[in-house]
Write a protein of this length. Structure first.
Length: 199
């Protein structure tokens, strides 16, 4: 027996979300049917508003409802540091820490020849332009993920930026707090050893 078309379309829509399989999509669809009409309307309006009203900051590439974004407009932030991240969600993770008070630059991806992603496919060109136009920036902190693609992207950006005399640093990688050495993979152990600090 097939589902009526409206519920089948709703299930298909939920399945387009990452990590949502057919069983979870069915559960979500039936949960949606049980929601109050006002809640469903508010949910659908939130989806439309987010898609319509959120765009990328013309300076850093982060998501924002106003251009430039709140971080780029905030002149009290350290204007001499830019931390380069892969995605807008990385900005949110760093902001929650409440320890970094500099600027951001969002790449919207990483270099990945296997996936056909080169430098022109991510937000690198605007980073270089930004650094050329803003002599106040003294340090670029590369905060791409510790994946082969993230490492390759960090190395590529470092080669572009260093000749301009700007300090380039990389987030430390290694053992997580509370983890056991015996369960760490070789690359994690290598990075932990490489990034060791004097006590």
């Amino acid at each position: 027996m097939q589902y009526p078309e409206p519920i089948a379309r709703l299930i298909d829509s939920y399945m387009k979300l990452p990590g949502i399989g057919s069983k979870t999509a069915e559960r979500l669809a039936f949960y949606t049917l049980d929601m109050d009409n006002d809640d469903v309307t508010a949910f659908s309006q939130a989806l439309v508003a987010a898609k319509r009203d959120i765009h990328y900051c013309s300076i850093c590439g982060n998501i924002t409802a106003s251009d430039p974004c709140a971080v780029c407009r905030d002149k009290t932030r350290d204007q001499d540091q830019v931390i380069v991240v892969e995605q807008p969600k990385d900005v949110m993770a760093l902001e929650k820490m409440n320890e970094y008070h500099g600027l951001y630059h969002v790449l919207h991806g990483v270099l990945s020849p296997i996936d056909g992603k080169g430098p022109e496919d991510i937000n690198i060109r605007s980073l270089v332009t930004r650094l050329q136009q803003n002599e106040q920036i003294k340090e670029v902190i590369l905060a791409t993920n510790a994946t082969p693609e993230g490492e390759a992207t960090a190395m590529y950006i470092a080669r572009l930026v260093k000749p301009a005399g700007i300090k380039v640093t990389r987030l430390a990688h290694g053992l997580a707090v509370g983890s056991d050495i015996e369960y760490a993979d070789e690359m994690t152990l290598f990075k932990a050893l490489e990034g060791r600090q004097e006590l």
